[in-house]
Design a protein around this ligand. Structure first.
Ligand code: 5GP
Length: 191
């Protein structure tokens, strides 16, 4: 997605450890016009009958809610990263190792929000080692719902998450795939 790639080049900041900071437009401050274009692009790439979008707190939520407007305002469900007294029904859970924090944690969704009749699209901001996406796919599988595919805003092509998820036979679409940065320069995989 050209518009996104141009924005990453303009405002993205490469940090040590292969971290790409895009907090001025994607996952801290959010550019709503850009998120709308991202939502439209996900709709174009996933024209199927989708009944719910699943994402994970916190950064995925804003992206998924704007995208849902281009999928006939279907509900957005987000996996929670901590247990709380508000989670009182039957739960689906999975384990995830955080790329940015290096810690393992559980993720939760109440069973009633993912049903076997659902066609699910998973949306998230980044794909690095595939931990978050694997956890979300686990939740969908546990619910008996049909996974239509996964839409990622930025895939880091130099980490193996994309390969792992595609090898599972999952329909994965990443709007920008960043190659291994050389001399601090951001380049993208041709798609
Ligand atoms: P994974 O689980 O695929 O290893 O990492 C994906 C998760 O880690 C995303 O939900 C995202 O929040 C975070 N993440 C991974 N790499 C980056 C990065 O380079 N920049 C930012 N801002 N977040 C990242």
């Amino acid at each position: 997605m050209k518009l996104l790639e141009e924005r990453i080049v303009k405002d993205g900041v490469l940090k040590d450890g292969g971290i790409l900071k895009v907090d001025s437009f994607l996952n801290h401050q959010m550019d709503i016009g850009l998120l709308q274009e991202i939502g439209k692009e996900f709709r174009r790439l996933f024209p199927e009958n989708i009944t719910r979008i699943l994402t994970i707190e916190a950064s995925g939520i804003g992206i998924a809610t704007i995208a849902a407007q281009y999928f006939d305002n279907i509900p957005v469900v987000f996996a929670k990263k901590s247990m709380s007294k508000n989670l009182d029904g039957d739960l689906l859970t999975s384990k995830v190792i955080s790329y940015t924090k290096g810690l393992e944690f559980d993720i939760f969704v109440e069973k009633k929000f993912l049903s076997p009749d659902d066609n699910i699209l998973i949306i998230d901001d980044f794909l690095a080692n595939g931990q978050a996406l694997n956890g979300l796919i686990d939740l969908v599988n546990g619910s008996g719902a049909n996974l239509v595919g996964c839409g990622i805003v930025i895939e880091k092509g130099f980490q193996d998450g994309g390969q792992i998820i595609r090898d599972k036979g999952v329909h994965l679409e990443s709007l920008a795939i960043v190659e291994d940065p050389k001399d601090g320069k951001i380049c993208f995989r041709e798609q």
